[in-house]
Design a protein around this ligand. Structure first.
Ligand SMILES: [Zn+2]
Ligand SMILES: [Zn+2]
Length: 293
């Protein structure tokens, strides 16, 4: 039996995902893919709807006053559903219902710490999911690979004293290592091949040694050419990375992998990359280039 890939979809506003879920096309017909979508008023409720995260669960990671501040922004619901997708994916992967997952988010999570948020992030979905897996389901070792080009200050703070979580942040900041938090310096205008070599080396040195039971990949494409965090990376690199991280998850943790959509604004990149990354999760590596479509 094929254990499917889960796609967690929340119907958010905004430009970059305007063509989804339609842009997933025939992927949704595959036996190896299952779509979980968020409850929205015009659709009959089903058992696969995403439920918002209870406030007590949020308080395990974020201080109550911070949760109140997020509520006051007017983006509370979107923030809640974004984190809910990550939590639902993690729980279903841990129970064996799905093998891996792609989580569409309206807001990212790596700039959300215990009592601060910003940069389009409100709640730290990965941290909430890790807390739940640890407390309720007995999981012990986790890795977060963060390739959004901005420093994940929230995730760093939440795990800087936690030895159960290996957090690897690829950003422009200098190299740092503290209690299984590792900051990898990515040079400005890095070539795809150098970035990929750096990532592979880092997976070898930290992830394979640490042996997590599940991997979270904070995937942002805002470092791609022409994006707001442009570091000179080509779109195709993301597909290469997806293939490599899937392989890594197969080797270290029986394939358990959650991809969380983080930064990135361009609709053409989303339309090209997301369906292909999901296909890599569900199926196999694709060699088609962004330049060919
Ligand atoms: Zn960083
Ligand atoms: Zn970013």
């Amino acid at each position: 039996m094929v254990i499917p890939t889960g796609i967690f979809f929340y119907y958010q506003q905004g430009e970059r995902l305007r063509d989804f879920p339609q842009a997933l096309g025939s992927i949704l017909e595959k036996d190896s893919v299952f779509l979980y979508d968020a409850f929205y008023p015009s659709k009959p409720k089903s058992s696969f709807d995403l439920e918002p995260i209870p406030v007590e669960t949020l308080h395990k990671v974020h201080l109550p006053e911070m949760v109140d501040r997020v509520r006051a922004t007017g983006n509370y619901e979107g923030a809640l559903y974004s984190a809910a997708g990550t939590l639902a994916a993690a729980v279903r992967i841990w129970s064996g219902e799905i093998i891996n997952a792609f989580v569409f988010t309206g807001y990212g999570d790596h700039h959300a710490g215990s009592n601060f948020f910003g940069g389009g992030c409100y709640f730290n979905g990965a941290a909430i999911a890790i807390h739940e897996l640890q407390e309720r389901l007995g999981a012990k070792r986790f890795a977060i690979i963060d390739t959004d080009p901005h420093h994940g200050d929230g995730t760093w703070e939440l795990f800087e004293n936690n030895l159960a979580v290996l957090y690897i942040c690829f950003c422009s900041g200098s190299f740092q290592e503290k209690n299984q938090n590792v900051n990898i310096h990515v040079p400005f205008r890095v070539k795809d091949s150098s970035y990929f070599a750096l990532a592979k080396d880092c997976f070898q040195r930290w992830v394979k040694v640490f042996q997590p039971e599940i991997i979270f990949w904070n995937w942002g494409y805002d470092g791609t050419i022409g994006e707001y965090g442009d570091t000179g990376l080509r779109p195709d690199l993301h597909l290469q990375m997806a293939g490599e991280i899937k392989k890594l998850a197969n080797v270290v943790c029986s394939g358990r992998l959650i991809i969380i959509l983080c930064g990135g604004s361009r609709r053409d990149y989303a339309n090209f990359l997301i369906p292909r990354i999901i296909t890599i999760l569900a199926d196999k590596y694709t060699t088609q280039s962004f330049d060919d479509v």
